[in-house]
Design a protein around this ligand. Structure first.
Ligand SMILES: Cc1cc2nc3c(=O)[nH]c(=O)nc-3n(C[C@H](O)[C@H](O)[C@H](O)COP(=O)(O)OP(=O)(O)OC[C@H]3O[C@@H](n4cnc5c(N)ncnc54)[C@H](O)[C@@H]3O)c2cc1C
Length: 451
């Protein structure tokens, strides 16, 4: 037998003698991998902002992400929406969000004047470079390729968590405070906390969409994007399509002439947290893309020679679980433009529900020029003392989440949750006893707009 290289032998055997029980009869080796002040789970845009904010507040911070890259849904090239009060140019989001946009602007990676636009096209590849820089400069330890596997809770405290490591073992990390930025409330779920999902009547969630782009569009002859969208509605009226989505979103792709990006598929599955259903959703999304391009798009003027250029790395999930927080934001809070005493972020997005049972989304708008705030209590898990959340799993009803899930509030709540987690861990104070005035002052000093 070949002698093993000492390094390989160490990795093969590992220092771990303890085993992590997955079931009463199945266990894997566990390795103590370190201790941090704050651990953020999920490296979407919201988790990146949380980790950067925590590190800048002075906390030793780890960001764990299941995928090889950070940015989450933001890496599919979606425009960032919701920076201004509704139909106005009053900026209601600042801090790390505007920093990211400014960093993109310097690289030529953003396609609009932020001050006058509610809808900011960004270059998704440049965005990944910017996020990497931001994390590195803030001193965040980044652990990609690492799905969260298990969480240890002792009464009202989360003590540690394990990420699955490819070599077949669990990496265990301890921390004083945790931020669940997984979009799916994975950390809360694995800690055994209450995690509501979907609408109250039947638990159904919003539909998913697999985002894709085509290239080879003849810019001189191409129909306007809104005309293409309406033509799809007419096409659907004249024949049966497997894709039931109406009013698809057709957008230019920033910096890529001849490209168009489509949010045009509509995939309805019972539960966006079941890998078996997600696997089906990915296949169904691809079937719908093929149908859309081959049967509908190619005959459209200017699209005759177009071809499929890019499919998003994963199906876009609008909604799954959320945490049960100290406060649950409701539709009434949003449409009334409510300003909370413990506000930590603002947003003005309309409620846009992609209904499980209809092809057209349901909309509810705010008054023009108005906006609402997000209370700190909606970021704090009710059942434990050291879990914060951000992005699309904050505490809100199914309907309210349909407005709060978009990118700018996801990032703004990320900054707030990361800052709060750092203050809580560094001061040794439970989340529900944190000095909210100090939190708001810290956020303001960091450029965030809190009310
Ligand atoms: C089709 C579609 C179109 C949209 N269009 C727009 C738009 O035009 N404008 C806009 O502003 N918003 C839009 N949104 C909303 C927006 O993209 C998301 O809601 C937003 O990205 C939420 O950010 P997040 O960081 O909370 O979650 P995500 O971006 O989902 O990030 C969560 C991260 O957590 C990681 N993760 C999950 N589970 C684990 C685990 N167990 N272990 C480790 N990591 C884990 C995931 O891999 C992911 O990277 C759209 C959403 C969809 C689905």
């Amino acid at each position: 037998m070949m002698p093993q290289h000492p390094e390989m032998a160490e990795h093969a055997m590992g220092p771990a003698s303890e085993r992590f029980p997955l079931t009463p009869s199945v266990s894997i080796p566990v390795e103590d991998a370190g201790a941090y002040d704050v651990i953020v789970v999920g490296g979407g845009l919201s988790g990146v902002c949380a980790a950067v904010a925590a590190a800048r507040t002075g906390a030793r911070t780890l960001l764990g992400e299941a995928l090889p890259f950070v940015g989450g849904n933001g890496t599919t090239g979606l425009p960032i929406s919701g920076l201004c009060a509704r139909n106005s140019d009053r900026m209601i989001v600042g801090g790390i969000v505007t920093e990211i946009i400014e960093m993109l602007r310097k690289r030529g990676g953003v396609g609009a004047d932020v001050k006058h636009m509610d809808w900011i096209p960004v270059d998704a590849e440049q965005l990944q470079l910017v996020l990497g820089d931001l994390l590195h400069t803030a001193g965040v330890t980044l652990l990609t390729y690492s799905p969260l596997l298990a969480v240890t809770r002792e009464q009202s405290l989360i003590r540690d968590l394990c990420f699955y490591n490819k070599d077949g073992r669990a990496l265990r990390y301890r921390a004083g405070a945790f931020v669940d930025s997984s979009g799916d409330a994975q950390l809360a779920r694995l800690a055994g906390l209450t995690t509501p999902m979907g609408r109250q009547s039947d638990g159904h969630t919003q539909t998913m969409s697999l985002v894709f782009s085509v290239a080879g569009v003849d810019e001189a002859r191409a129909e306007r994007n809104s005309v293409v969208s309406e033509a799809w509605n007419q096409f659907q009226a004249s024949r049966t399509t497997r894709n039931k989505r109406r009013d698809p979103s057709v957008n230019d792709v920033f910096g890529r002439p001849g490209w168009r990006s489509f949010i045009a598929t509509r995939v309805s599955v019972r539960k966006g947290t079941d890998n078996r259903l997600l696997a089906e959703a990915e296949l169904e999304g691809r079937r719908q893309i093929e149908e859309f391009i081959d049967s509908f798009l190619r005959p459209v003027a200017g699209y005759e020679n177009c071809f499929l250029a890019q499919i998003a790395s994963h199906v876009g999930v609008r909604e799954t679980r959320r945490i049960s927080g100290l406060y649950e934001i409701t539709t009434a809070d949003l449409v009334a433009g409510r300003k909370f005493d413990d506000a930590i972020a603002c947003n003005a997005s309309s409620i846009e529900i992609h209904l499980p049972d209809q092809g057209l989304p349901h909309w509810e708008h705010l008054e023009d020029g108005d906006y609402y705030t997000v209370p700190y209590r909606a970021l704090v898990a009710r059942e434990v003392d050291n879990l914060f959340t951000s992005g699309r799993c904050i505490s809100a009803t199914h309907e309210a989440l349909a407005a709060l899930r978009v990118l700018s509030p996801a990032m703004a709540t990320g900054q707030a949750a990361g800052t709060a987690a750092a203050l809580s861990a560094l001061r040794g104070v439970a989340a529900n006893r944190l000095d909210v005035a100090e939190l708001r002052a810290t956020l303001r000093a960091a450029g965030a707009v809190v009310e």
